[in-house]
Design a protein around this ligand. Structure first.
Ligand SMILES: C[S@@+](CC[C@H](N)C(=O)[O-])C[C@H]1O[C@@H](n2cnc3c(N)ncnc32)[C@H](O)[C@@H]1O
Length: 223
């Protein structure tokens, strides 16, 4: 009896050692898997959550199909360059590029920018579109003649001032869902959440400089 016990006890540690090392490799694999998944989740989710923590909270809410159609109506008889301020997944930029605009989007969320580039490539308009990972408050929009924004009420007064300072007189600004607080719109279409307002700087009496500039280029006033 004691001999049998002695044999059993000498065999036991060898088996435990093999099982233990197998268990610890599985443990490491699971830890690496869970850790990797958490890091990936953090990297994807953070850019969507951080806008809510900024002074002006501007979350990603994509434009509805009706909203996009209203924006396109406001762009009829217009041409040149276009910018969507906070371009999200690029749907407005891409829709405008399909209508022949050189369209640009500025967006803080890198995932949305990469996705927008992919969508533009998939829809065959990548040559007429550009997407930048940028903070809208740190960019000048002076070179654009058509400006689209789907903002939030808290940011509109500050953005109104910024655009007033930067844009040329022939610019048209199109606001989706929330209008600018001081400007008087030249045209309004749609209703409810799909409402869109258009503001033409040269017709805006709040811009005396623009009035002067548009007079300067008319032939009658040159003589
Ligand atoms: C209401 S969504 C509009 C998206 C798109 N323009 C559309 O109509 O479908 C606003 C977008 O602005 C982006 N955004 C928020 N803060 C920003 C900032 N400081 N600079 C640039 N983009 C910003 C958000 O990530 C979001 O995608």
């Amino acid at each position: 009896m004691p001999r049998v016990l002695a044999q059993e006890s000498s065999a036991a540690p060898r088996e435990d050692g093999k099982g233990g090392s197998r268990r610890s490799s599985w443990g490491m694999l699971v830890t690496a898997g869970v850790g990797g998944t958490l890091v990936a989740l953090y990297a994807v989710v953070t850019p969507f959550v951080t806008p809510a923590l900024r002074r002006v909270c501007l979350p990603f809410v994509p434009a509805t199909a009706a909203q996009i159609q209203n924006v396109l109506k406001m762009l009829e008889n217009r041409s040149g360059s276009l910018v969507d301020i906070g371009s999200g997944d690029g749907r407005i930029v891409i829709a405008a590029a399909k209508k022949g605009f050189k369209a640009v989007g500025y967006e803080l969320n890198p995932w949305l920018v990469w996705y927008s580039r992919y969508r533009a490539w998939r829809d065959g308009v990548h040559q007429n579109t550009k997407f930048y990972i940028s903070d809208l408050w740190k960019v000048s929009f002076s070179r654009y003649t058509n400006v689209v924004v789907f903002g939030v009420p808290q940011m509109m007064p500050q953005l109104e001032k910024k655009l007033e300072e930067e844009l040329e007189c022939d610019a048209r600004i199109i606001a989706c869902r929330f209008p600018f607080p001081c400007w008087i719109p030249d045209r309004t279409i749609g209703d409810g959440i799909d409402t869109v307002w258009a503001y033409d700087l040269k017709h805006d009496l709040k811009h005396p400089g623009c009035e002067t500039k548009s007079l300067e280029i008319t032939p009658e006033t040159e003589s």
